[in-house]
Ligand binder design. Structure first.
Ligand code: GTP
Ligand code: SPV
Ligand code: MN
Length: 583
């Protein structure tokens, strides 16, 4: 099945050669040295950061491109009002023209990969065909890729994905270090036949098809059909001083703190956090009636700016070697730098554009969406249970967004349906993770707005249905957090990062029938938080329900929900009505 498909794509894209990836170290080393030769990769100083590379993209290929992302379900109404849609037959015909000869002069790489631990019954296979060596090396870190996956997928279904940078090379034409085609980008999903086509971008979620394209957009559609959930969630293990361990999943929109929470170093003594995943969770109910999660990924494609020994020491240790850095700044002595890194900024920086950085020009040295790619195994707090084939049992689900006002630091839902309403109500200020304006408040239900592979209204309904699959006391409790409240001067009210452990502690206690709370109009708020050793936080402001602001929030939500028309589950509308009543 795979062989004939590869032949078909090769006949369409007309590459100079075809290379089936085995995932070996030698293969990666060969590809990397070719990229160094071509000027795509700069090797970092081996004494400082062994086996690591710096690269920068085309200046207009720096983030996901939501306006060029399509869900081509048979019927338009199945894609829903939050996705771009085109008739699949028309789109397919267009793609055949677009991809014809698109790999001329290039190597076509075939990447067999597995999302999820190789031995897991929840794991799924994919094959990405790409003409980008950068994609091959990133997929090698982000997924279980190569011979092992290829062997296991024999006779099993796989999600085919075709990716091209969209820049065929004519005879004798010199290649660019970051080939792409920003004027002609297409990130296309066919949820019906479960396939992916991506053209014109070499960056992140546009090009690493195992990540957002497969593990969220296609997988969410599979999950709907099969009764499970594919979510934009981190998964962490949390152990209290008594040695009791629980698992928590949390959904925040892009660049809103998932990696940081997943790798958190608690400031409260005796508590321990371990990382299962930092971006995506696949969850289904186990035989015991509890919700189990696996992380389909095997690596981190993490936001660099803001990452430091102070904010996220575990990430800093993770990226000490064998790491690909994209669009960060390069130091004189061939190491990496970005805004928010420890220490003073080094002189003689090369900016993410590849040119000497002009400090006075007021532009950052590292692109705000610059990233590191690294294997999870290098994370010092990588949780061994991340490789458990059955996944980990989830005690709490957290939703959150980047909100400068209104949403308190933390609150708990009354029950599953109310929790689903909280997920549906998430809004957040936009970040540099997607092309477009930054800092604009937008609705981002379940942090899945750009990633849901079907009608968002049906997705809400699917979540409500999931809550009926088990006894209520076995369901995870649902929370909402907001690390991003600001004071009148625009300063964060909550220190965040390691201090977020204090909020996790309350959640941990609550899921153990401990931890005290009082009922408010919006949910249960903590009676108290552990703020021992924390200087000057204004808990009163952080844990307040501003009724006027919430009434406005309701108006806003009511208008937004109209978007879903008849597909808005009645329960969600009733939840909103009930909230208004309570206010
Ligand atoms: P994606 O990989 O795009 O999905 O992002 P993410 O959700 O994993 O976000 P990440 O943890 O990488 O954080 C994004 C940005 O938010 C970084 O610049 C962080 O430094 C910052 N950030 C993370 N957690 C906190 C926090 O608790 N408080 C504040 N103020 N900033 C935070
Ligand atoms: C996100 O945007 O949520 C990311 C980065 O995790 S990307 O891989 O580009 O989707
Ligand atoms: Mn993400």
């Amino acid at each position: 099945m795979m062989k004939s498909w590869v032949e078909k794509i090769s006949a369409l894209c007309l590459p100079a050669r075809v290379h089936v990836c085995d995932g070996s170290e030698e293969e990666a080393a060969t590809i990397a040295s070719e990229m160094v030769e071509r000027g795509t990769f700069v090797p970092l100083e081996a004494k400082k950061r062994p086996h690591s590379f710096w690269c920068h993209s085309h200046p207009d290929d720096v983030a996901r491109v939501e306006e060029n992302t399509f869900i081509c379900s048979k019927k338009k109404e199945d894609a829903g009002p939050t996705n771009n849609w085109k008739d699949p037959t028309e789109m397919y015909a267009m793609l055949q023209t677009l991809f014809h000869g698109c790999m001329t002069g290039r190597t076509m790489y075939v990447i067999p990969y597995c999302m999820g631990p190789l031995s897991s019954p929840l794991a799924r296979f994919g094959v990405e065909i790409t003409d980008s060596p950068y994609v091959v090396l990133n997929m090698r870190l982000m997924t279980r890729m190569g011979n092992e996956a290829l062997k296991l997928m024999q006779g099993k279904p796989f999600v085919p994905g075709v990716h091209s940078v969209g820049m065929p090379l004519k005879e004798g034409q010199k290649d660019s270090p970051w080939p792409c085609n920003p004027g002609n980008r297409w990130i296309v999903h066919f949820p019906g036949e479960r396939s992916i086509w991506s053209y014109g971008s070499g960056y992140g979620g546009n090009a690493l098809l195992g990540k957002k394209c497969f593990s969220l957009r296609i997988a969410s559609a599979i999950g709907r059909d099969e009764g499970w959930l594919a979510e934009h969630m981190l998964i962490l293990g949390i152990t209290n001083p008594q040695g009791e361990k629980k698992y928590i999943a949390a959904a925040f929109p892009s660049a809103c703190g998932k990696t940081n929470l997943a790798m958190l170093t608690p400031t409260i003594p005796g508590w321990k956090i371990e990382t299962v995943g930092d971006d995506i969770a696949w969850m289904r109910f186990g035989a015991d009636g509890r919700l189990y999660a696996i992380n389909p990924e095997a690596g981190y494609f993490g936001v660099a700016p803001g990452t430091s020994m102070k904010t996220n020491p575990n990430a800093m240790r993770t990226i000490a070697k064998n790491t690909i850095f994209t669009n960060v700044a390069l130091t004189k002595d061939k190491d990496v730098w970005w805004e928010g890194m420890d220490g003073s900024f080094p002189e003689g920086l090369t900016s993410w554009l590849g040119t000497p950085w002009d400090k006075g020009a007021g532009k950052p040295a590292a692109h705000p969406n610059s990233r590191f790619t690294v294997s999870s195994r290098q994370c010092p707090i990588y949780d061994k249970t991340a490789e458990a084939p059955e996944g980990v049992p989830i005690s709490a689900i957290i939703f959150g967004g980047r909100r400068s006002s209104t949403l308190p630091l933390v609150f708990e839902s009354f029950d599953w349906a109310h929790g689903v309403f909280l997920g549906a109500s998430v809004s957040s200020e936009t970040t540099a993770a997607a092309k477009g304006e930054v800092g604009k408040l937008r609705h981002d239900p379940f942090a899945m707005l750009p990633f849901c592979g079907y009608h968002m209204g049906d997705y809400f309904a699917h979540w409500l249905e999931m809550g009926k699959k088990t006894a209520p006391d076995k369901l995870p409790r649902i929370y909402h957090v907001n690390w991003f409240l600001k004071d009148a001067n625009g300063k964060f009210l909550w220190p965040g990062f390691g201090e977020n452990a204090r909020v996790l502690q309350w959640i941990f206690e609550r899921t153990s029938q401990r931890g005290s709370a009082h009922k408010t109009a919006i949910g249960y708020l903590p009676d108290a938080l552990n703020v021992q050793g924390l200087e000057s936080v204004n808990l009163k402001t952080l844990l307040t329900v501003d009724r006027d602001a919430w009434r406005k929030e309701c108006e806003e939500l009511s208008e937004y929900f109209q978007l879903f028309g008849e597909k808005l589950p009645k329960v969600i509308a009733e939840q909103l009505d009930a909230l208004r009543e309570r206010l």
